[in-house]
Ligand binder design. Structure first.
Ligand code: PNW
Length: 460
């Protein structure tokens, strides 16, 4: 890379609670919907689960030392709601609170800033039974109560908060396609789940801004995921299709935050299927993020379907294709990761510029970017050149976007270490560190060593 990032750019690594912690039933943790989902035969590859995962619960000090060795200055992790509130509301589990306090203290001792996600998909199981999960009328208020507990307990030391990780995945994969917990299959439920997720975010931010931000002085935002949608041809129909696909993917959640309402394309196409915000709710939602958290992984072509949706097996079917009238496809020449996701660094740059164009000068933080490969440990090393090239090219694309005016201030690699990749189980390795799931040994991959050297060159 020829040019350098600014010295105060945030370089970090990311994980989430259910994917790494294990200790699923220890010291008072209540069950989450992912514990239950994994018990249903056929839902997860090889019927694996996060019962032990990386056993980060017992290895966090070692893990934080490895982060320190990598030279990162920020670590994004999530709190397991049912570890701190076993039934999702009411009674607090002090042992769970203490666990996160030890992690936060250890990070600060190592000069690594904690970036805490409040919700990364592991909803307390009790809330699924009692409140119908993200479809329930009270769920956003319940979430705000949980968020308040976290601000109270951790906010003296945590200054970076992310309310919700990837509402699109929760809504579409959890309530539309049913491939993630809670496994619902529906055409309409995703829009209600998404609506409640936006409200939950906004209510948590309201609590933070009114009761904590004035004294704790942190910042808070939401993280959404989006792939790039490249028009398949330069026809106006395909250009419009790609715009629509990005609106149904990202602006679904970010237009309410920045403009106070859903994108017109969604309102027009969905009619009564899209819930409405009250005026009061709109006021609460608009402006409810101090930064724009973005998770980005890949790119697909978008083509106007003309009402003829092709049921394809391409990843990220975009959710409800019929509602968008968009067909998605890949270019045969694009390289694929082990997830089957195409490696298209220029798509990352185009997406960043699209966000900048829609929400001028918004501060963007890439809270996840990375790739899975079929890594092998050979003679004690993992020579993951493909991942190394992935990071090099995507980070280069970020730099180009910054040079062209995008206000990108941070980048977190997904993931710090191999972990439980949801419905794909342990086979899909996203880590900068290799984890031997028998011995739980952690080994830095070639990409981790590259990342460390790269961050160092940006320090002077
Ligand atoms: C994100 N999709 O998940 C999550 O935030 C991480 O927990 C996860 O490990 C990582 O990306 C890699 O998958 C996604 O199908 C899962 O579009 C699925 C999709 C997108 C993101």
């Amino acid at each position: 890379m020829d040019t350098k990032f600014s010295r105060d750019f945030t370089w970090g690594v990311a994980t989430s609670a259910y994917q790494i912690e294990g200790a699923w039933n220890l010291e008072g943790r209540g069950p989450s919907i992912w514990d239950a989902f994994c018990q249903i035969p056929g839902k997860v590859a090889k019927n694996e689960n996060g019962n032990i995962a990386c056993d980060h619960y017992h290895h966090f000090e070692e893990d934080i030392k490895l982060m320190k060795n990598m030279g990162v200055t920020a670590y994004r992790f999530s709190i397991s709601w049912s570890r701190v509130m076993p039934t999702g509301k009411g009674k607090v589990n002090i042992e769970g609170i203490d666990f996160y306090k030890r992690i936060i203290d250890c990070l600060i001792d190592h000069n690594i800033e904690p970036w805490v996600t409040l919700f990364h998909w592991d909803l307390p199981l009790a809330l699924q039974f009692e409140n119908d999960g993200w479809l329930g009328t009270e769920i956003s208020n319940i979430f705000a109560e949980y968020a308040k507990l976290c601000f109270e307990q951790f906010g003296d030391k945590v200054k970076k908060w992310i309310t919700i990780n990837e509402a699109w995945v929760i809504a579409i994969l959890g309530y539309g396609q049913g491939v993630f917990a809670p496994g619902r299959v529906s055409n309409d439920a995703p829009y209600l789940a998404g609506h409640n997720l936006i409200l939950a975010h906004a209510k948590a931010v309201d609590v933070y801004r009114k009761e904590f931000q004035p004294t704790q002085k942190g910042i808070i935002g939401m993280t959404n995921n989006c792939d790039w949608r490249e028009p398949k041809t330069n026809s106006q129909a395909d250009i419009n299709a790609s715009e629509r696909a990005l609106e149904f993917f990202l602006a679904w959640f970010t237009d309410p935050i920045y403009f106070g309402h859903y994108p017109a394309s969604m309102v027009n196409r969905l009619g009564g299927r899209l819930p409405k915000f009250t005026i009061e709710e709109q006021k609460l939602i608009k402006g409810s993020s101090d930064f724009f958290g973005l998770n980005h992984y890949t790119t697909l072509f978008a083509e106007d379907s003309g009402g003829q949706i092709v049921k394809s097996s391409v990843y990220g079917n975009g959710g409800i294709s019929e509602d968008q009238d968009v067909n998605l496809s890949v270019d045969k020449s694009w390289k694929k990761t082990f997830m089957g996701w195409a490696v298209v660094p220029w798509g990352c740059k185009k997406l960043l510029k699209w966000i900048e164009n829609r929400y001028p000068q918004v501060e963007i933080v890439i809270t996840e970017n990375g790739c899975a490969y079929d890594d092998k440990l050979i003679d004690g090393v993992v020579d993951d050149q493909e991942r190394l090239n992935f990071y090099r090219s995507y980070i280069q694309a970020c730099k180009e976007a910054i040079d062209e005016g995008v206000n990108l201030t941070g980048y977190f690699a997904w993931s710090f270490m191999d972990n439980f990749e949801w419905a794909s189980g342990y086979e899909k390795r996203f880590g900068l560190h290799y984890v031997d799931f028998e011995t739980l040994e952690r080994i830095p991959k070639a990409s981790a060593i590259w990342f460390k050297e790269f961050i160092e060159t940006n320090k002077d």
